[in-house]
Design a protein around this ligand. Structure first.
Ligand code: RIB
Length: 314
């Protein structure tokens, strides 16, 4: 049976408007298309891993509004264990108004809603099930104290963790996350956390190495259309991007992390898993939406065959 992945993180309802251009201040513009879908960085990562065949459990919070039941049912449809998803009375669910331009680039607002009520006690409540996980994923759309608590809790039990420090949070303290196994920032999140410039490849490696020296075992810097960079104490390796025509880049970083988690718990091979994840993320931007853009295992296998035929089948 596949090893289990835990996600202590967010879910959102994505309200996606496809626009010709952003309106200016005071301007009203008509946009051609609107879609509603399930999103949130935590749920997206959970769904990507589950679609590829991982066993996934999620610890998250929904509101007591019209979105809540649909969010729980959606996670269930992907086979994700939702026993630790709870409704928060008097709260809205998390929502994310998203704007996607004709090049596929996105701008996102988030309203945390019930995600703000995912407190450290939720981790303690789910402890018996989280203890069976091989890897626990976190992001920054829930309270920072919950992230710290999860990292400490997992480190004490020898369970590996991955933190995606997104969206960038100025109050995230490096000292409190140094026991995380994998840190997956983009360039601006890396700059914020390290206090160092990240404008060139050399600067990115130096900033990531600084984080490794603080105790983080592996730093994986996501670079959008330029791929990613894996930095450990003794290596710095580029993960090449896969060229595709972008339709909608929303959630590509989450697709990358969910796929990495799946392949890593399966193989224990970080570099090979990152190469698979880069292909999975490339596929996700060829389709519109977030979770609904993600490939299942069969779709991914056929995309990999045409776009990265040299990659081994895992
Ligand atoms: O990373 C993409 C996600 O960010 C969206 O699904 C949105 O919900 C926000 O959380």
């Amino acid at each position: 049976m596949a090893s289990k992945i835990g996600v202590v993180g967010s879910n959102m309802v994505d309200l996606i408007t496809y626009i010709d251009r952003m309106p200016g201040p005071g301007e009203t513009l008509e946009a051609p298309v609107f879609e509603i879908g399930c999103g949130g960085k935590g749920a997206n990562q959970a769904v990507a891993a589950a679609l590829l065949g991982a066993r996934v459990m999620m610890v998250t919070r929904v509101g007591d509004d019209v979105f809540a039941d649909n969010t729980v049912a959606n996670l269930g449809r992907y086979g994700i264990d939702t026993r630790h998803v709870r409704k928060v009375p008097g709260r809205s669910s998390g929502v994310a108004p998203i704007f996607v331009d004709p090049s596929g680039e996105n701008s996102i607002l988030i309203v945390k809603g019930a995600n703000a009520d995912l407190l450290p006690a939720a981790v303690d409540e789910a402890a018996a099930d989280l203890a069976a996980c091989r890897l626990i994923l976190m992001q920054m759309e829930v309270p920072v104290e919950t992230v710290y608590h999860t990292i400490d809790w997992a480190a004490q039990r020898g369970i590996e963790t991955l933190l995606n420090p997104a969206p960038a949070a100025a109050d995230l303290q490096l000292e409190r996350i140094r026991h995380v196994t994998f840190l997956v920032p983009n360039e601006s999140e890396l700059a914020l956390l390290s206090g160092m410039p990240t404008g060139s490849r050399e600067e990115i490696v130096a900033a990531a190495r600084f984080l490794v020296r603080q105790g983080i075992r592996v730093v994986i810097v996501t670079l959008g259309r330029r791929g990613a960079c894996l930095v450990t104490a003794d290596t710095a390796v580029e993960i090449a991007p896969v060229a595709v025509a972008a339709r909608d880049t929303t959630g590509a970083g989450d697709a990358f992390i969910g796929a990495f988690a799946h392949f890593y718990v399966k193989t224990q091979d970080v570099l090979a898993s990152l190469r698979q994840a880069a292909v999975y993320a490339a596929h996700s931007i060829t389709r519109a939406g977030t979770q609904k853009a993600y490939a299942n295992a069969q779709e991914f296998a056929s995309f990999r065959q045409t776009h990265a035929p040299d990659l081994p089948v895992v």
